[in-house]
Design a binder for this molecule. Structure first.
Ligand code: PAF
Length: 289
């Protein structure tokens, strides 16, 4: 696996791969890689001949009181894991390489419709930081295909929208959520869950599935279902941030006749903020008999 720290070396090596007729896939990450990231790399490999992974803990997407400084940096282990799955290139830039003019005056990319709800409501500026860095990374790597995990459902939806709105020639592929055996979605932040909390930390997933099953069983009392699910999370000892039944494509609150739904949630443990989601498809009203 080639490892580069500079944009110019990445561009030269990718130009060579393209000259060899290779299709380029890209998996942007913030490192601390686990099985779900490696699945994203494997998904990219199914669609491409040359896969680039990036590791960059992007300060621009962290709020002032968030965990940028304590976000785990595990470069050696990450590189080893990527070698083991035959990733072709690792791009590991420092902040100076990505933000040579500092972050305050950095040109921003904003997706106005979806960036200020759900996670965006509790993390102002977060998605602006994500779309800005992803645009820069796309411009550096110029991939044919980029893979993002469904666990970050809102991020995926926003990136799809950005790519469409800005006519970016990148095909976005969604990577499935990888879960621990009790349903907890894999995340770099799971390392912050305390030992005492860990047995109940799958409550977010349990409550999302409870909502999904209630809807599949015919309930359309969405505000009540959301309130009940939040209560379940509180009863398990956690602080719910939000739990919302949304239209899958727009992330607007779901109406009774919407058929493609995603239930998204976030909750605080003592040391971490965890997110998860489940999607479901209902038959259109006029097909129900
Ligand atoms: O999902 C992540 O790890 C980050 O938000 C991303 C897409 C790498 C941008 O920094």
């Amino acid at each position: 696996m080639q490892i580069f720290h500079h944009i110019e070396s990445v561009r030269n090596a990718i130009a060579q791969a393209r000259a060899d007729g290779k299709k380029v896939g890209f998996v942007p990450t913030m490192g601390n890689l686990h099985a779900a990231h490696l699945e994203l790399v494997e998904t990219a490999q199914k669609h491409c001949d040359f896969v680039v992974c990036s590791i960059f803990v992007n300060r621009l997407q962290f709020g002032l009181n968030e965990d940028w400084d304590k976000y785990p940096r595990t470069f050696e282990q990450d590189a080893e894991k990527l070698r083991a799955v035959n990733c072709d290139m690792l791009f590991f830039p420092d902040e100076q390489e990505i933000y040579p003019n500092g972050m305050d005056e950095q040109t921003r990319v904003i997706v106005p419709t979806m960036a200020n709800v759900l996670c965006g409501a509790s993390r102002p500026g977060h998605f602006e930081g994500v779309t800005t860095v992803v645009t820069k990374l796309f411009n550096i790597v110029q991939p044919d295909v980029a893979v993002f995990g469904i666990k970050d459902y809102q991020q995926l939806a926003i990136i799809r929208r950005m790519v469409a709105d800005l006519c970016m020639p990148v095909h976005i592929i969604a990577g499935e959520i990888v879960r621990e055996s009790d349903g907890l979605a894999m995340s770099s932040r799971n390392g912050f869950i305390t030992e005492q909390e860990r047995p109940q930390a799958n409550q977010l997933n349990k409550s999302l599935n409870w909502v999904k099953n209630e809807i599949l069983a015919g309930s359309r009392e969405y505000p009540q279902l959301e309130a009940e699910a939040r209560q379940q999370i509180e009863n398990a000892g956690f602080k719910p941030d939000y739990l919302s039944i949304c239209q899958s494509a727009t992330l607007e609150p779901a109406a009774h006749d919407d058929t493609e739904l995603t239930v998204l949630g976030a909750m605080y443990t003592q040391g971490a903020r965890l997110i998860d989601n489940v999607s479901l498809a209902l038959k259109p009203m006029n097909e129900v008999n």
